[in-house]
Design a protein around this ligand. Structure first.
Ligand code: CLR
Length: 423
């Protein structure tokens, strides 16, 4: 049950006044961190990692200087950076064009992975993160619903769409590379202009760090991604090409949008670090894609998505969007759940460059988490997520995390009586 009134444009002043979950965000977004530059000690990744070949990230004990001041919850929230593509998609009357924009959105999250060779904090069980953008008319929420294995359940909504899914990642250090393979399905519901609703699903591709041995660690994203429109039977297949030896072969993504009988109608191409284009096509043509060029007789390519600037000098190579997340402005703090990541002391210390304090606090909250688990075990209790429950999806039939909406009601009443004290 959505609290966002669909009849109102979420970006009008009126809406901003009446939508309760916008409270606390009046100051607008944060532009910078306290630090101007991070001064993490430069340690050789290989030197530390070589003894950990074959391990997954949860089994790797790394110094906190390998971290960035984000968590896996924040990394999921980073998906929202280009949410305007979802607004555009919902507005389009042609379903193939909608699918092209949805594909643009699904690919848009990878630009932020560049230069981010650092470990996000592992969220504590029950840790939450809310992120509301009154100026853009959406709100996002995620809860860590399992610790072993680490799983986050997320739900974002606006007047025009819902985006939700499970963040569960299989990680492995292979020696040559560090691979993160996301397992969960992502769901998108679009509310179309004619009042109809459409469901799309896809899974994320593998994020990998290469060049660890040679001392030139580089993030790449590769693999196929199938985006399916469950209402029309149309699909988009994107192929993120693994980076070759030459820089010119890096970041390539190509794809096609097919109708319900599998005939290619649109081709998609470009670079996930820069721009992605789509073009109506009869057959699938690989060349000229992503150049924005018009071939004689061919249709003009449309620019689906363009990466935002990555200004130099933001500590930890964060994007300007990610910088807005860990804002602890005093007004907002009065509205947050006690489990909100912004209140997590180790992450805060990391952001402020206090690395020793970060390490100390990380130890403390992780110990506290272990103690709480032992208490539950002794009492024969089982921990349950507060805001999600596992259900069978009404359209796809697979298991998914259903948001119960309770978070925003509790927030309005400052009622966090059900929340655990985790920090
Ligand atoms: C990819 C997109 C998914 C969520 C997600 C989960 C795990 C993340 C991964 C993303 C990006 C890469 C990542 C990984 C965990 C560790 C790994 C941040 C965001 C980094 C690059 C590991 C670097 C440090 C080691 C070399 C020690 O929706």
């Amino acid at each position: 049950d959505s609290v966002v009134d669909e009849k109102l444009d979420p970006r009008t002043t009126k809406q901003r006044e009446i939508e309760p979950s916008y409270k606390g965000y009046e100051a607008g977004v944060r532009k910078r961190l306290k630090l101007d530059a991070d001064n993490r000690p430069k340690i050789s990744l290989w030197g530390i990692l070589k003894s950990m070949i074959g391990k997954d990230m949860t089994k790797m004990t790394l110094p906190v200087s390998f971290n960035e001041p984000t968590s896996l919850l924040y990394r999921v929230a980073e998906d929202m950076e280009y949410a305007d593509l979802l607004d555009i998609a919902a507005d389009r009357t042609n379903s193939l064009e909608r699918l092209a924009y949805v594909a643009g959105f699904a690919a848009s999250e990878y630009a932020s992975t560049i230069g981010r060779v650092a470990k996000p904090f592992n969220p504590l069980l029950g840790e939450t993160f809310e992120y509301v953008r009154p100026d853009k008319g959406y709100r996002f929420f995620i809860e860590q619903v399992s610790h072993h294995p680490p799983v986050g359940a997320a739900y974002a909504e606006s007047a025009r769409w819902e985006y939700y899914g499970e963040s569960a990642v299989k990680t492995k250090f292979q020696g040559k590379s560090f691979d993160a393979n996301p397992l969960g399905t992502w769901f998108l519901k679009l509310r179309l202009q004619d009042g109809k609703e459409e469901l799309y699903t896809w899974k994320k591709v593998t994020t990998t760090v290469i060049g660890i041995i040679t001392g030139n660690p580089t993030v790449d994203n590769y693999g196929p991604m199938q985006i399916k429109n469950w209402m029309t039977g149309e699909a988009c297949l994107l192929d993120f090409r693994a980076r070759g030896w030459r820089e010119s072969s890096a970041y390539h993504v190509v794809g096609k949008v097919t109708d319900k009988s599998g005939v290619t109608k649109w081709s998609i191409g470009g670079r996930w670090n820069d721009k992605i284009y789509a073009r109506i096509t009869e057959g699938f043509e690989d060349e000229a894609i992503g150049e924005g060029k018009t071939k004689a007789g061919a249709n003009q390519a449309i620019l689906l998505w363009q990466a935002g600037e990555r200004p130099a000098g933001i500590p930890f190579n964060l994007t300007p969007f990610a910088v807005t997340f860990n804002d602890d402005n005093p007004t907002l703090k009065t509205w947050l759940a006690p489990t909100d990541s912004r209140l997590r002391p180790d992450q805060r210390a990391m952001e402020d460059g206090q690395y020793d304090k970060a390490a100390e606090e990380k130890n403390r909250v992780e110990e506290k988490q272990r103690a709480a688990r032992r208490m539950r075990e002794a009492a024969g209790e089982e921990w349950k997520p507060k805001f999600f429950s596992q259900q069978k999806h009404p359209v796809t039939g697979e298991s998914y995390w259903q948001f119960n909406g309770d978070y925003w009601k509790r927030r309005q009443n400052h009622d966090w009586s059900i929340s655990d004290e985790i920090f």
